[in-house]
Ligand binder design. Sequence first.
Ligand code: ADP
Ligand code: ZN
Ligand code: ZN
Length: 746
Amino acid sequence: MQDGFAAPIMNKEHAEIIVDVAAFPVDREFHYHVPPSLQPSLHVGHRVMVPFGHRRVVGYVVGFSPPPEDVAGIKDILRILDEEPLITKDLLELAHWMADYYGCLLVEAISCILPPGTRAGGRVGMRTLKAFRLTGGGSLKGLGPKQQLALELFRKEPNQPLTAVSLEEQGIGRATLQSMVKRGILKEESLTVLRRPEDQALKRKHQDFELTLEQQRALSAIMGALGQNQVFVLHGVTGSGKTEVYLRAIASALRSGLGALVLVPEIALTAQVMGEFQARFGDEVALLHSNLSLGERHDEWLRLRCGEARVVVGARSAVFAPVQNLGLIVIDEEHEPSYKQDDRHPRYHARTVAMKRAALENAVVVLGSATPGIESYYRGQEGSSKLLILSKRVENLPLPKVEIVDMREELKRGNRTIFSRRLQRELAGCLGRGEQAILFLNRRGYTTFIFCRECGEVMQCGDCSVSMTYHQTEGELRCHYCGKTQPPPQVCPVCHSRAIRHFGAGTQRVVEAFKEQFPRARAARLDADVTSRKGAHAEILRSFEARQLDVLVGTQMVAKGFDFPGVTLVGVVAADTVLNLPDYRSSERTFQLLVQSAGRAGRGPDGGVVVIQTYNPHHYAVLTAAEHDYEAFYQQELSFRKSLHYPPFCRLVRLLFQGENEAEVQSAAHLWSRLLRPKVRRRDWEMFGPAPAPLSRLQDRYRWHLWLKVPPEGPLSIKELLSECAAQGTLTGVNLSIDVEPSFML
Ligand code: ADP
Ligand code: ZN
Ligand code: ZN
């Protein structure tokens, strides 16, 4: 409810507060008395300081209501921390939904919607807000009701500016204020200069081309839906111009006074993408990603909150950005697993959150990808989302020709190098013609792992059940999770073959091997190691774009979404690493990685070739990717999912138990399975386990899990389920984490 000018006077004597203490027993609202002096300026969404036990803690105002009668000793709010409420009502509602859906603490959900860096208790510099004040002039004839209302507010204290945020809280929007500025009644003030991220973007020229017919159709469908809640799946082959559709849809939203939110996978949030948006929308764009300092992110957040920026481009957590009057959410590469936060609470999926947020704020969602997630495409097929298709590349560029190379054959013929003979030939040709190439690895590998080329066995850590990586300088295998080391074996422990090799899966190894064969070519690698240095990423891309480099070696993680017309050859060095993971999504991931890599080739006039090196040349994910046939892949994958009753035919929830003592972990998992069983049955859900997780040990901790299969639609209140069990399910020495729709099953 709005406690503004036009709304009935709200009783603000008592506030409902969520305290910033992350613990299950205090995961609820507490009532506090609001001292009369604070009542006029306190709003829902404000941060306050409150006494709590023997401490003072930060709290968040989530409502106003009298305390239940039996509660004694209601305490006073001590002070208000920020001039303006940080949290909007819509986002607060989103946080409530998150806590319920993902089973996290409310305060954990709220921390997502706070400005970056606020949780620690830092003061938010609201000095930066946009404000308006009376000029004393202008024509007052024929003012509309909203304008009248605004005028009366200003006249209460005629010499004081009022911030755009506070006016909006009272129901006076930007358009009203702007019209009064035009009439000369108000003038606008910007209270400070904000820290803007320095311009590290590759500035792109604004190109004005005619949209293709398919682009036009997609765009007008999206434009036609603005102002309503509607989800679109934009399935566009690589190079079909999806970005252009986003850009124009955003421009259209802005023209209608609506804000827009664009999510891009973290690592793909490159200079190229940002440059594109900045070139088009200038200062209307705020950027939110991890390469910015906390201060920069904080100020970008504020520019959105006060309406100075109306578009945000950011990574996963930007889904919570306080875009005003949100009309459009774009999720680029929507299939990317990095949209799932899986290392800490709340374990949310930005796509799921975006769909919920759009429903709350009446916005359009566009899920774009060349390889839509099976779940998204399924929703498009059965009609709850609308499917938009860009089947051709722009300017009728052909999709590149894809060659599959069977690496087992290479070995038989005595080729023990990283590159197949085919790939070597193509590289020589490409470089000879002065063209560019990209070499991809199917894994974020900085080192190599050891592999039996006869039977495919990968040497694993006995403690962590993950593959160990080979460190050449020390000549030993090392586990990246627990640090254990051992010498590489001479024979395969499974088939006793001596064909044990270190598999050149590291980008560094590939660069070295490449330089051995092509000493005069200029090669660089682009991976998480290299790009953790600020600006390094952009630098490498810039020199590749300027053709100061011939070959780029990287992981798809890093190198997706680029558009380099000079690239005519793409080599996928190792296609299989993901395929063999014990995860129901491994085929989907492999297909996506292959198609995305292939999509980097042949975006210029010289066409392109893709070489995929694999030990599984007949796998349907590899074969359909080589044909660029999403539909064929989707059909096969869907029938596999259906037969095993996996998503999209259900939603998965995983309860993971971890601890140092295996017996304790196991008995905790069993205890919870007994507690959950009747509750799960009553809801008509299914439960599996308890069982050891595929990664049964990690960093010296044992891991067991339980799985729930929940119907794909309908409410999913994990919070409720947990609280039904919590009283008897207290665990000591074992950590329980809940993951709704996990990205990985490992
Ligand atoms: P996608 O994201 O679908 O892989 P991009 O958005 O990267 O494709 O588009 C590929 C290239 O085509 C970009 O350089 C873009 O500027 C250009 N482009 C987009 N639409 C058109 C069009 N209608 N005509 C000509 N070029 C276009
Ligand atoms: Zn280990
Ligand atoms: Zn073997």
